[in-house]
Design a protein around this ligand. Structure first.
Ligand SMILES: [Zn+2]
Length: 235
């Protein structure tokens, strides 16, 4: 388990091997409500204002389990204490944010599509719109996730980034005899910085390079996932 924001009043982290992230999430459900995001590789961020499925747009109470499912979102924010936001990861990059001033937290799942769609900026703007967060007050952690070392892409994907973001050339590595590599963590950090976030920590850990620590879809086609989670602690 990698702990995130240990100095803040939150319970946040990222599960590691041998834990199965989905099993860990089911365990969390025994002690608190758990928001489960559907992960559609977009830039949509849900605002969790209530844990009552009936009263919360976007929720559908799952019939078999008691998770609070949010569809069509890769990110969520909340200022409700005692509620876990969760995303599952098989190489895609997690982004945690916490606003210690307004007492709000957020979490996003950023694969290449979500990164390209700008979910990192969307997460910050949603915090600002929902809770009046000043980006300068936010703390953010990016990763663990697949690193530029291992994230080889087709030329079309590399070009999509440089077409969309004029500064992305700094994070797209071209090689004469190999396919390009993309630094997803770096691009997400840049997107947070462009929104005015300065307290950004980037994990150097690569899920694909560290088979002893992480499951990885890219490396070995693992179906097991890591879980990223954050809960604003009850007072
Ligand atoms: Zn790597």
């Amino acid at each position: 388990m990698i702990r995130i924001f240990e100095d803040l009043p939150v319970d946040a982290g990222f599960t590691c091997k041998p834990a199965d992230g989905k099993v860990y999430r089911a365990d969390l459900l025994k002690k608190a409500p758990v928001v489960r995001l559907s992960l559609v590789h977009g830039a949509s961020v849900a605002v969790i204002r209530s844990i009552d499925p009936a009263g919360a747009p976007g929720f559908r109470a799952d019939m078999d389990e008691d998770f609070l499912d949010v569809y069509d979102a890769d990110g969520a924010v909340t200022d409700l204490p005692g509620v876990y936001l969760t995303t599952t990861h098989g190489d895609c990059v997690p982004i945690w944010v916490c606003d210690p001033v307004k007492g709000a937290v957020g979490l996003a799942h950023a694969g290449w599509r979500g990164t390209l769609a700008g979910i990192a900026g969307s997460l910050v703007r949603t915090m600002a719109a929902a809770y009046g967060s000043d980006p300068a007050d936010l703390r953010a952690v990016i990763g663990p996730g697949i690193g530029a070392c291992c994230f080889e892409v087709g030329p079309d994907v590399a070009e999509a980034f440089t077409d969309r973001f004029y500064w992305a050339e700094d994070y797209v590595y071209a090689y004469p005899d190999a396919r390009p590599h993309v630094d997803l963590k770096g691009i997400n950090a840049e997107l947070l910085a462009l929104e005015g976030v300065s307290g950004i920590e980037i994990s150097p850990r690569c899920t694909c390079c560290e088979p002893e620590r992480f499951w990885s879809h890219r490396r070995s086609g693992d179906k097991t996932r890591m879980l990223a989670f954050i809960e604003k602690r009850k007072e």
